[in-house]
Design a protein around this ligand. Structure first.
Ligand SMILES: *Cc1c(COP(=O)(O)O)cnc(C)c1O
Length: 388
């Protein structure tokens, strides 16, 4: 039997290329606390991404937690329900109140037209997500933020390397955060970063991620330990040599999916906007009522073929127990997000996925769309209908 095909597979350089980096670390005995690889990688990454001020973190969630602290955000934070749960968890973990607003059906990002109605005297910040790496409407969000004096933090965990009209998407808002988790387009095993706009803010963020130490004897803030270590940073340096090829492969794979899935009734693939350089982080398709079966039936029907797609993002964050009591989380208030969440399926995409594998996946989906049973001997699953 063929190897399982998962929704993603980590970008991994050849092992032998990593050994010299490890030898350097063993020699220097500098394992963490802003060592030589940390300094090198921070500078190289900022240059690669086309940003000026970047602080490395041990993961994206700590970067988000720290971003809210860095801006001294209080009260209520407007965010999207259509994201990975960490987006909202960092709001709650900071004892702040998340306020969810609906998304735009085309981009799956927070709908700027819904933001103003969610603003109250307690609102101090907006936390949108560049979902799937597709840029938010950053101009409109900034216009609203300026009007109401709100901070803007972008969860750009999906948006590594994305450019709009030729410049980095990461320079918008007050802060942007990246994740370099194993499953992301670019990984340092675990890792993350905050991008900010000036040296003073970078200093505050760097202090906060190191327990609040401003120097050897002065603690200026209630900081945390968010430091990236030398092994992660060295790995990042090596990954930078391979990322451009990985991005090219992703583009070829995505284009193959677009070509092969064209014209299937009831199936839409996420559109790449014209003016962006995308990273092809995910391949979401949306299955509507006129498709031959339900989204969940399609999802299940691929499993016997060892193809494991994911329903990103289902359920919505607002449906999880710690959020569903919030006024903004009530069913019916975010009809677009509910519909998109019920229809989405993310297909496998990673640099080593072959075009033959893409063709096999899309052939199975096309068969299913024609109402054929794609796996008669494995159709033992049952769709559980509500109330039955
Ligand atoms: C992955 C992810 C995070 C969390 O990043 P970690 O590095 O895994 O902590 C946050 N937000 C979004 C949207 C993500 O996809």
């Amino acid at each position: 039997m063929r190897d399982n095909i998962y929704v993603t597979s980590p970008l991994l350089p050849p092992l032998e290329e990593f050994i010299p980096y490890l030898e350097q670390i063993w020699q220097s005995k500098h394992l963490t606390n802003s060592g030589p690889f940390h300094q090198q990688f921070e500078a190289a990454l900022a240059k690669y991404l086309g940003v000026e001020y970047l602080s490395l973190f041990s993961n994206g969630t700590l970067a988000l937690l720290t971003a809210l602290q860095a801006l001294r955000v209080k009260g209520e934070v407007i965010t999207t329900p259509y994201s990975f749960v960490a987006t909202a968890h960092t709001i709650l973990w900071n004892s702040l109140k998340p306020v969810f607003v609906d998304i735009d059906p085309k981009t799956c990002n927070m709908d700027p037209r819904k933001i103003e109605a969610a603003i109250t005297p307690e609102t101090t910040a907006i936390l949108p997500v560049h979902c799937y790496g597709i840029p938010c409407n950053v101009d409109e969000i900034q216009r609203i933020a300026d009007m109401y004096d709100l901070r803007v933090i972008y969860d750009a965990a999906h948006a590594f390397g994305v450019k709009e009209n030729g410049s980095s998407i990461l320079t918008h808002g007050d802060l942007s955060i990246l994740s370099f988790h194993a499953t992301k387009v670019f990984n340092t095993v675990e890792g993350g970063a905050i991008i900010c706009q000036d040296a003073k803010m970078k200093k505050r963020i760097d202090d906060l991620k190191n327990f609040g130490f401003a120097n050897e004897t002065t603690v200026v803030a209630t900081g945390i330990n968010g430091k990236m270590n030398e092994v992660q940073a060295a790995f990042g340096m090596l990954q930078l040599q391979h990322i451009d090829q990985a991005l090219l492969n992703r583009e070829v794979i995505y284009k193959r999916y677009v070509e092969k899935l064209a014209g299937i009734k009831g199936l839409r693939i996420l559109d790449k906007p014209q003016n962006i350089e995308w990273n092809y982080a995910y391949t979401p398709i949306f299955i509507d009522e006129i498709f031959a079966c339900s989204r969940d039936e399609l999802y299940e029907s691929l499993k016997p073929h060892n193809i494991f797609t994911r329903r990103y993002f289902y359920p919505l964050i607002s449906e999880f127990p710690m959020y569903r009591g919030l006024p903004s989380a009530q069913p019916g208030l975010m009809p677009v997000a509910e519909k998109v969440s019920a229809s989405v399926l993310c297909l496998p995409i990673y640099p080593t996925l072959t075009l033959d594998e893409v063709d096999m996946i899309t052939d199975l989906i096309r068969e299913k769309s024609l109402g054929h049973s794609i796996s008669p001997d494995h159709c033992d699953f049952k769709l559980v209908l509500p109330g039955i």
